[in-house]
Ligand binder design. Sequence first.
Ligand code: ADP
Ligand code: MG
Length: 352
Amino acid sequence: MATIKALEGRTVHQIQSGQVIVDLCSVVKELVENSLDAGATSIDIRFKNNGLDSIEVQDNGSGIVSENYQTIALKHYTSKLSSYDDLSSLQTFGFRGEALSSLCALSKFHVTTARADEAPKGTRLDFEVSGQLKSTQVVASQKGTTVAVEDLFVSLPVRRRELEKNIKREYGKVLGILQACACISTQARISVSNVMAKGKRAVIFATKSNQTTRENIATVFGTKALPALVAMNLSFELQPTKTQEPASNSEPTFGEGRQAPDRQMFFVNSRPCGLPQVAKIFNEVYKAYNASQSPFIFANLSLDTNAYDVNVSPDKRTILLHDQTSLLESIRVSLTALFEKQDQTVPQSQKS
Ligand code: ADP
Ligand code: MG
């Protein structure tokens, strides 16, 4: 039998990084979340070649203090969490201190940052694959932080090839995530642009700051979406949970009855997340009243921070709802009541 021995540090780092940064979506999600955690009111996400060449996220947030330059890209170094107990009252998106360190291991990566008292001068930070700070250089920079990721997965050839093969689909998924982020982030303007090889930069969408979610939805998806969008404030008797402003509709929104899962967005306390069980309930109840169409859903569950767990997977995409069964049942009951009420007001001839 082969001898058991410890993996080399560099190998462990690569293996773990690949679990944090799984795909293009993880990169964008982690970087935008960092910008929001830094209090940004303006975030620009710029892709080159659908993200295959580079992804750049620029914010006007707090910037990074020079004392932290050495540690920001080290594994498990974070300014957001100090003990495990803090997790139950977490107010930030980040807490694992792994995103920047993983990006160092998986791409060509650098950061430019300036605090308010430093701008218009800032500092460019370059890192070793290990996340150790390699060099700093004074550069021109507005207040905030820009993170640039080039050649994603350059160190994982198999995954790089997969990315190249599926880049259009990946990019489409990323836009779905960014649309959700842009709609929920009422405090920040978010713009997304892409430049194809040697082409011009195309703005995909750009929201403004200090808008309502409804205004953001109109900016991102077009005003056609609005008339059919019904705002709902469902409150549940669950302790200690309630649902806030899920908007759905029992009338055609984008019509044609095609599945539009990218137009179904779920959040827990404004954290975008996949909630397949919750999505299933929404769709099931909706189908009973309108079988020919798929609803546009924008649902933000307001939950007590100790009613769920975000520390389920390294990429933080999965959320564990502690009392899922009763939450789902409450959603079903409330939605059914709402649709029944609406159904009585819709003339028989208009029903599908
Ligand atoms: P986490 O977000 O879990 O703390 P990251 O690896 O994403 O871990 O980031 C490491 C640290 O770098 C953060 O805790 C934060 O202090 C700093 N940082 C990252 N991105 C930004 C940003 N855009 N603006 C200000 N500080 C940032
Ligand atoms: Mg982070």
